[in-house]
Design a protein around this ligand. Structure first.
Ligand code: AMP
Ligand code: GLY
Length: 425
């Protein structure tokens, strides 16, 4: 069959790589794609906000299946429009993508279904929000309810910071996303990203990962979309996975189906491993970026078969459970100088001999014959090994074989796990 992949980042390059390997995939199109994706797909330019244009493109190219990488088109209802046109789609309808689109929605769902998460309150009125602050203690977490490009969460250490965050959100600091504000209890523990794939009724685990959100070594400096990741996350033991499937993921799938919002797609659950057990921080309705890159390195099955099963109501019941290899995968993000502020565009990149490492393109472009930086996160240098230590060594050997003078990378991706591996050896 012909398939269309929506998106242009490293996550989509990893998906394109696996989709194009499937014997079920006759031709893969990617919109807009990038120069890395162009090696395994035909890149086209279809505006994902113009649903009629996407449907017309699918008709013209005999596309039967659409895989949506980022969250915005899903929250915007692209899944609904494609389904209405009888085109299969991997990714939830808008009324289920609300799991990422509204933080307050998720908190209310958790409260109703007894899903472990931080205590919270929702507010559409600034004075009520300010009045409610004291009962949460400090630090306290203030969140814009809607999509805010990963920036709508403020951890306030002092009461005046918390008040400022509330003022900022209600003052339009995050646009419409801040019209409603969620106040949350601050949780402590180690964070893990966990993935599960659902067809609306059935749900299967799809592995864990940990990412590094801060820009600098030692987890310092401003937050980013993620400077590197590894999978699996050994702190997330099979027992914890079973517990999370039982107490968080399954109840969510059931509640969404019961409420006529069947969730078909991938659950990306941000979890906090607290002293009282795993708690949900948030849901995303897409694969993580760069978590997807390490998951795809470990995935051993046919990705088209799996994603089609998830896109078919009840389709996962008869499908094989996804298998991820026992290897560790680790990815290092090479970013353009200036990221996460204004990244320097146009810097030349030359990729040397990177051995068995795989280079996923995130923000790249071609300028004539020259590969150049064209975004904040530029390349994802990804390798595998029998331990995180081995995977890290292979990834940095490859990073050192890439000449990108106007870029940088963290040198310590995986540090927490590598320290644990050292202490166990
Ligand atoms: P979110 O966008 O909801 O994942 O939040 C971004 C980051 O803020 C998370 O990855 C956590 O590091 C942190 N965070 C969010 N909510 C909480 C919470 N209730 N307690 C502690 N940290 C949190
Ligand atoms: N790496 C975190 C995210 O994709 O949201």
């Amino acid at each position: 069959m012909n398939i269309l992949l929506i998106g242009s980042g490293g996550r989509e390059h990893a998906l394109a790589w696996r989709l194009s390997q499937s014997p079920l995939c006759e031709k893969l199109f990617a919109s807009p794609g990038n120069p890395g994706i162009a090696e395994c797909a035909e890149c086209v330019d279809v505006d994902p906000t113009d649903h009629e244009a996407v449907i017309a493109f699918c008709a013209a190219k005999h596309i039967e299946f659409v895989v949506v990488g980022p969250e915005a088109p899903l929250v915007d209802g692209l899944g609904d429009s494609l389904r209405a046109a009888c085109i299969k789609v991997f990714g939830p309808n808008a009324n289920a993508a609300v799991l990422e689109g509204s933080k307050g929605f998720v908190k209310d769902l958790c409260a109703r279904e007894n899903i472990p998460t931080a205590a919270y309150s929702r507010h559409t009125d600034k004075s009520a929000a300010l009045a409610d602050l004291p009962r949460f203690g400090l630090p306290v977490v203030i969140k814009a309810d809607g999509l805010a490009a990963g920036k709508g969460v403020i951890i306030a250490e002092t009461e005046s910071e918390a008040r400022e965050a509330i003022e900022h959100m209600f003052g339009g600091g995050f646009g419409d996303a801040g019209a409603e504000v969620v106040i949350e209890e601050f949780m402590t523990g180690e964070e893990v990203s966990f993935f599960a794939i659902s067809d609306g009724q059935n749900v299967v685990p799809f592995g864990s990962a940990q990412d590094h959100k801060r820009v600098g070594d030692g987890d310092t400096g401003p937050n980013t979309g993620g400077m590197g990741a590894y999978s699996p996350a050994p702190v997330f033991t099979p027992e914890l996975e079973a517990d999370v499937m039982d107490r968080i993921i399954q109840p969510t799938v059931k509640a969404m189906a019961r409420d006529r919002r069947p969730y078909s797609g991938v659950f990306f659950a941000g979890l906090m491993l607290t002293a009282q057990g795993p708690k949900l921080i948030e849901y995303n309705c897409r694969f993580g970026d760069p978590e997807c890159q390490v998951l795809m390195m470990r995935f051993e099955g046919d990705l088209v078969e799996l994603l089609i099963a998830a896109a078919t109501e009840g389709g996962l019941a008869a499908a094989a459970r996804p298998v991820l290899s026992d290897k560790y995968a680790l990815t290092v993000v090479m970013a353009a100088n200036g990221y996460p502020g204004t990244p320097e565009k146009g810097g030349a990149i030359t990729i040397g001999n990177v051995g068995a490492a795989r280079i996923f393109h995130a923000g790249t472009a071609m300028k004539g014959d020259q590969l150049v930086a064209n975004g904040g996160r530029v390349l994802n240098v990804t390798a595998t090994g029998a331990s995180v230590t081995e995977a890290q060594a292979a990834a940095y050997t490859a990073v050192d074989a890439i000449n990108f003078p106007t870029g940088f990378a963290r040198r310590d991706i995986g540090w927490r796990e590598i320290e644990r591996e050292k202490s166990q050896s």
